[in-house]
Design a protein around this ligand. Structure first.
Ligand code: PLP
Length: 697
């Protein structure tokens, strides 16, 4: 099993699952043997829908069910499109009463295969509701619901022997037309997918095979007993699915978005082709009477239609085509854990995500940090705060900079916490007449933002404003990165703690306190505070230069990469680039790399000994950096060719160019270097355990 090459197994299985659904609706083997067709369509193919449900549960779990709302809206959109798509068929077949139509729309789907959508829409909320009970209880409840569903499905004959059960199901079928629905059927598979239980590949394969064998025995037994009202729920189905899903997970690497789209399109479109093939029945009866031919025709037509529809999509631009920032989310999470380990009891990390998380992508970084238990975030401005909320980030979001008082409604709408930058700002915010969450900034010596720490009268006046919901008091240190200047930092700390004491003596609650940023955390003893506002360290690098008292185990998160556009050969004495600054001292191979200063790297880097990694080799930059291109001397790396990946920051093979080195060459700090990489270099995120994707196109 381990010898198998891993690939996007989950996405590829979607295609097979879509084929199985087409089987269910066309009965390909019915001309040959009734029993064979029963096994294929009523037993084996019954794995298809649970697979889709487990997949949804698996992905919902991966981001902590934070995307449930988005998932629901997307499913609703697809359902709406499908309802419209099948409206002509509905009309042709003759309508239901408006009441019946509404009921079907909400519970059963407006055409037979569309039951899936209302079932998922209901089931995802049921599953999420159950999760509030805790995982084991939720799973137990979902199993209970599934067992109830069985009684209305393949064990109906058994249920009918008990009058109470008979009445229960009779009542149920007034509402739903099947017990295979969002209440009894969907939650269990969503939760099993979310649990994502894994066995070794061989155990999984064995389990899946055994599960399928048991399910076959169960199916044929039930058929012989004549108990089935419907045949999509088996006692052994969840068991079989757990092993099958585990097997797929063990072989899964990467994704195949096209397979995803095609399987969905085939699922959506195939009933139309069934209808059309049946219509063709009148003209070519001998052809379509053959069940296998009918199946093949429907399948081929559905896939062709899906392929052509998918082909209409505008071609996406691959992120790795020119310049990209590779963000290693597992490194980010590891760094958060390493910093959390330095915090005293009762003190939490406030992740500083300003400037798009120092060029790392604020929303993705925040969602990743949430998984490491981070509940508080800081941004520079209102727009950044709103972007986090729109990305589904919960918890405290503190705006560290100025926000115009006119924007109080937006602060409220997005539940953001605003910094009061001085006394006048605080009153102006309060004058809008609506409650607003704030933290008070105290100026303890930096002379940037904040009410002077000694100005008790000003602080008292702010506390009198009922509109200001003061949840915290903080300050910022300006020389904490310099161990030689400890006295100045100590003076700032003393002013801060004195101001806090004085507030408390007056019976005013300062709320959450915070004063340390990254270097304050490294160089100061633990402070009696609620937060440490960490920025640069989260991204796994130091600002550069200064010595520190302690250094936790951190791992750089960002790599900056580009492509080699072409390679050219210069003879000794030839010149190249703007100002013809580069002159070949020998026969030279120059690689033109697809990155320039407009991508965020400082222009002076090329003249200050900047280096690039290509094929694991260190190659010097040559001449002046252009806006969109860069020349690199690859004479000593003869294997370099067009299309190769060039690394400007990060690792390639055994070699590394740390962000600190680049910043130092350019005479700046990593904070500036990284936060400028935002606009043209596309982000590429890497999750846990994923290897960097192949560098080929
Ligand atoms: C940017 C910023 C931080 C984070 O600083 P790092 O040195 O990157 O940790 C913390 N507090 C305030 C007020 C900031 O402006």
């Amino acid at each position: 099993m381990t010898a198998l090459k891993k690939g996007p197994a989950l996405d590829r299985f979607r295609l097979l699952a879509a084929v199985l659904v087409v089987c269910i609706h066309t009965g390909p083997l019915s001309v040959y043997r009734e029993t064979a067709d029963f096994w294929l369509c009523r037993v084996a193919a019954r794995t298809a829908v649970p697979f889709f449900l487990m997949l949804s549960g698996y992905f919902l779990e991966r981001d902590g069910w934070a995307s449930t709302g988005r998932f629901w809206k997307k499913t609703l959109g697809l359902y709406a499109a499908a309802v419209l798509l099948y409206l002509p068929l509905n009309l042709y077949c003759g309508g239901y009463s408006p009441l019946e139509w509404g009921k079907r729309l909400a519970l059963d789907g407006t055409l037979y295969h569309l039951w899936y959508f209302p079932a998922v829409l209901l089931g995802v909320w049921v599953a999420r509701g159950l999760l509030h009970l805790g995982r084991p209880a939720a799973l137990a409840a979902a199993v209970g619901l599934y067992l109830l569903g069985l009684g209305g499905d393949s064990y109906f004959g058994l249920a009918l022997r008990f009058p109470a059960a008979e009445r229960f199901y009779a009542g149920l079928f007034q509402l739903f037309s099947h017990s295979r629905n969002g209440l009894f059927y969907v939650p269990l598979f969503l939760l099993l997918g979310a649990a994502g239980k894994r066995w070794s590949p061989s155990v999984s394969a064995l389990g899946a095979a055994l599960g399928l064998a048991l399910m076959s025995a169960e199916g044929f037994a039930l058929r012989a007993l004549g108990w089935q009202r419907h045949d999509s729920m088996y006692l052994t189905l969840p068991l079989c699915m757990m092993f099958l899903f585990s097997l797929l997970l063990s072989q899964n690497r990467g994704e195949d978005r096209r397979a995803r789209r095609l399987s969905m399109l085939v699922y959506l479109l195939h009933p139309w082709f069934i209808a059309l093939v049946w219509a063709g029945d009148r003209f070519a009866a001998p052809l379509v009477e053959h069940s296998l031919v009918r199946f093949a025709a429907v399948l081929a037509a559905s896939f062709l239609a899906a392929l052509s529809l998918d082909g209409l999509r505008p071609l996406p631009i691959p992120a790795r085509s020119r310049v990209w920032r590779e963000i290693d989310l597992s490194a980010l999470r590891q760094n958060a854990r390493a910093l959390q380990a330095l915090l005293p009891r009762g003190c939490e990390l406030m992740a500083v995500l300003k400037a798009d998380a120092y060029g790392h992508g604020a929303v993705r970084s925040a969602r990743c940090l949430e998984k490491a238990g981070v509940r508080a975030f800081a941004v520079a401005c209102l727009g950044e705060g709103v972007a986090l909320r729109k990305g589904g980030v919960r918890g405290t979001v503190l705006i560290l900079g100025y926000t115009s008082p006119e924007l109080v409604p937006l602060l409220r709408r997005w539940r953001l916490t605003q910094t009061v930058v001085d006394e006048a700002h605080g009153h102006a915010l309060a004058d809008r007449g609506r409650p607003v969450r704030v933290h008070l900034a105290l100026d303890t010596g930096m002379c940037r933002l904040g009410v002077p720490a000694e100005d008790t009268a000003a602080l008292e006046r702010l506390y009198e404003r009922k509109e200001l919901r003061i949840g915290g008091v903080f300050s910022h240190l300006c020389v904490s990165d310099d161990l030689e200047r400890q006295a100045e930092t100590d003076a700032q700390l003393a002013r801060f703690h004195r101001a806090v004491r004085s507030l408390r003596q007056r019976g005013l609650d300062p709320g959450k306190l915070h004063i340390q940023a990254s270097y304050g955390l490294l160089n100061l003893p633990p402070q009696p505070c609620a937060y440490v506002r960490a920025g640069i360290l989260l991204y796994g690098v130091g600002s550069g230069g200064s010595s520190v008292r302690q250094w936790p185990p951190l791992c750089p998160v960002l790599s900056l990469r580009a492509r080699v556009a072409c390679v050219r050969v210069l003879q000794k004495g030839d010149r190249a680039g703007y100002g013809l600054e580069f002159q070949a001292a020998r026969k030279t191979r120059l690689a033109v790399v697809t990155l320039g200063y407009a991508d965020g790297l400082p222009r002076n880097l090329a003249q200050r000994g900047g280096r690039v990694l290509i094929r694991g080799r260190v190659c010097p930059m040559a001449g002046r950096m252009c806006m969109d291109q860069l020349l690199v001397d690859v004479t000593d790396a003869p294997e370099v060719q067009a299309g190769d990946t060039a690394t400007l920051i990060g690792r390639d093979g055994g070699a590394e160019i740390p962000a600190e080195e680049v910043a130092e060459r350019c005479g700046t700090i990593t904070n500036e270097l990284l936060s400028r990489l935002g606009n043209r270099a596309l982000p590429v995120y890497r999750r846990d355990g994923e290897r960097p994707a192949s560098t080929a196109f």
